[in-house]
Design a protein around this ligand. Sequence first.
Ligand SMILES: Nc1nc2c(ncn2[C@@H]2O[C@H](COP(=O)(O)OP(=O)(O)OP(=O)(O)O)[C@@H](O)[C@H]2O)c(=O)[nH]1
Ligand SMILES: [Mg+2]
Length: 424
Amino acid sequence: MEQLTIQPQKAVLAGVNLNHQTDFDYSMEELANLAAACGVEVVGVVTQNLSKVNTTHYIGTGKLQDVTIMLNQHEADMVIFNDELSPSQLRNLEKDLDCKVVDRTLLILDIFGERAKTKEAQLQVEVAELQYMLPRLVGLRESLGRQSGGVGTKNRGAGEKKLELDRRRIEERITALNKELEILVAHRQTQRKKRKKTELPVVSLVGYTNAGKSTVMNTLVELFTDSKDKFVFEKDMLFATLDTSVRSIDLEDNKTFLLTDTVGFVSKLPHHLVKAFRSTLEEVKEADLLVHVVDFSNPEYEQHIRITNETLKAIGIEGIPMIYAYNKIDLKEGAIPESQDSIIYMAAKRKQGIDELLAAIRAHVFKDYVKCEMLIPYDQGQHVSYLNEHANVLATEYEELGTKLTLECRQSDYQKFAQYVCEA
Ligand SMILES: Nc1nc2c(ncn2[C@@H]2O[C@H](COP(=O)(O)OP(=O)(O)OP(=O)(O)O)[C@@H](O)[C@H]2O)c(=O)[nH]1
Ligand SMILES: [Mg+2]
């Protein structure tokens, strides 16, 4: 057995700035963060301004030499490219650089592979990996053979094993994985249907990776549920969350909504990965309201907002009302603007701005609540109990003909109990 000692790998980053994109520097910085998340140490960066990427080598010949010099200088044996490489670019670079060649897609796949905890996430990542590998078998065989498998640590070896399979077997494996996934997805759909029956409004947290979505979720869970085992995983790292979790948030006035937390986005999220995670994101599609969590302390937050909105659109999530939650204001210097209807400034970790966020959520998801009076006959006591549990009962009086409730309730309950409503 090969020993799986974890050695920090050293890498040179290479990126092409196509037509002077303003966010280019940031995307290189992000590439370095992604590399760090894989335990890779960045020892040098080579960039080039081009109007079109080099079709055979992604960067030009001169820059390729710069890369080689840097590799030798630092005794590094890996180059990470800032875009997805075509199969032939990968092959050529492999051959000419004589080192391990990794692109942004493989890097992200590797992180996802390492973080995936649930069966569904693991299957989704594996499908995406195999789809990525399929057209690149030749180049990757060499690249991954050079060292022990994937980019990072845990995935190591898995990549190698996969490459021993030939194309046909990879295709068969993709089919088999997709079948397994279908079963899991069907199960989740059943759960979702069950939830739908409760007619509770669904609020979904969306946003860039590391913005604080899971922290917002945990803060609300802490304040509005009894069971503390309902916390989700939050951490200062890219892609801490890969699955969708749903929690029921019961506010003091018996108004309840479902809150979902899910995977965050990043720029140039690999196409296959987005596709693979489509079913995870289906929950978001059915949301009544999106809370777009933004790391307001990140200088590139506007860019993050744009990428998140573009990714949402790419997966077919459009036309759902959205609240912006500008998070981490505790890290921001200077004056913080006042929160408005759909723009909230907050610090989830310090429970700051939670009231404002809740007010904004309430205004959206409980707007069809009806305020009325109902007179429930004494022999229909079960309705009184139901309403005490499911509606916001403001006053209770015992009258000659029954219990008179002054309440706010959902439209559906208003209709259900229409016969008891007192005319105003
Ligand atoms: N200073 C500060 N840090 C925060 C705040 N909210 C969240 N964080 C931190 O930001 C980091 C990321 O938080 P998460 O909640 O895991 O972020 P996420 O959006 O769920 O990230 P992914 O699951 O990776 O997409 C953690 O270290 C949090 O403690 C805040 O209001 N202020
Ligand atoms: Mg998270």
